[in-house]
Design a protein around this ligand. Structure first.
Ligand code: KIV
Length: 263
């Protein structure tokens, strides 16, 4: 049976920590689904991870729909959350509503995620049967307004604002809340004040769940990664080794051999 937002709420009440991973394609989604990851997020990190953009701002609805549909096709059990891209919900509630509908109707997503305290939008979506995941703290779509990718809620005033935004999003009906790049103490306090699960990324161990960008976890990225990233594999090295062995075998005539040829 597929994980639902009721399960997320149950995990919180049973104090069961859970994992969320990003996925952008069918193959990876099927591996994560079979591995028992309960929630897959088709993050707009797609922009940097898969499409080679500098940040998430250029990501379009069309790109998100295309990748979300592929991820949904790769899953049987995981709850798939689609990230609403920059410009798809900031203009008006009506626009956000019709774009959110597209994720459920055209791509088969089970929930959408929005950045910032979008209380009225969340209320409208939830009232019309669209589960909403909220996202506070470092919200990458506001990178220019924030002056870069910085840890948020470091002052008492900003921590208080985050706390009150979190409560407003919960009241609006959000099913979970991503907390990105905030001090662990702030995330712990927010988590214990809410009945919905918090999903941390760079927010310490006091959150109810943790999310990571799949390519960071697998060690596929080439550059410097943020402090919170823990690599569980070094696939970049593994892939490089494998393709170089293939190249060497082809160049030396070792491949294809008898075993890999038809007679
Ligand atoms: O786009 C994304 O991958 C995200 C997660 C990092 C939370 O928003």
């Amino acid at each position: 049976m597929r994980v639902t937002i009721r399960d997320l709420s149950r995990f919180k009440s049973e104090q069961r920590r859970f994992t969320v991973l990003t996925a952008y394609d069918h193959l990876t989604a099927s591996i994560l689904d079979e591995a028992g990851i309960p929630v897959l997020l088709v993050g707009d990190s797609l922009g940097q991870v898969v499409l080679g953009y500098e940040n998430t701002i250029p990501v379009t609805m069309q790109e998100m729909l295309h990748h979300t549909a592929a991820v949904v096709r790769g899953t049987r059990k995981a709850l798939v959350v689609a990230d609403m891209p920059f410009g798809s919900y900031q203009g008006s509630i009506a626009e956000g509503f019709s774009n959110a509908i597209r994720f459920l109707k055209e791509a088969g997503a089970h929930a959408v995620k929005v950045e910032g305290a979008r209380v009225e939008l969340a209320q409208t979506l939830v009232d019309h049967g669209i589960p909403v995941m909220a996202h506070l703290g470092l919200t990458p779509q506001s990178v220019h307004a924030l002056g870069g990718y910085r840890v948020q809620a470091r002052t008492q005033e900003s921590a208080d604002r985050l706390q009150s935004d979190a409560l407003s999003m919960e009241k609006a009906g959000a099913c979970a809340l991503v907390l990105e790049a905030i001090p662990a103490e702030v995330a712990t306090a927010v988590s214990s004040s809410l009945t919905i699960p918090t999903i941390g990324i760079g927010a310490g161990s006091g959150c109810d769940a943790q999310v990571m960008v799949i390519t960071d976890l697998l060690g596929m990225d080439s550059g410097v990664s943020p402090k919170f990233v823990k690599r569980y594999a070094n696939l970049r090295e593994t892939i490089t080794g494998a393709v170089q062995s293939f190249r060497d075998d082809v160049e030396s005539g070792k491949y294809p051999d008898e075993q890999h040829s038809y007679r």
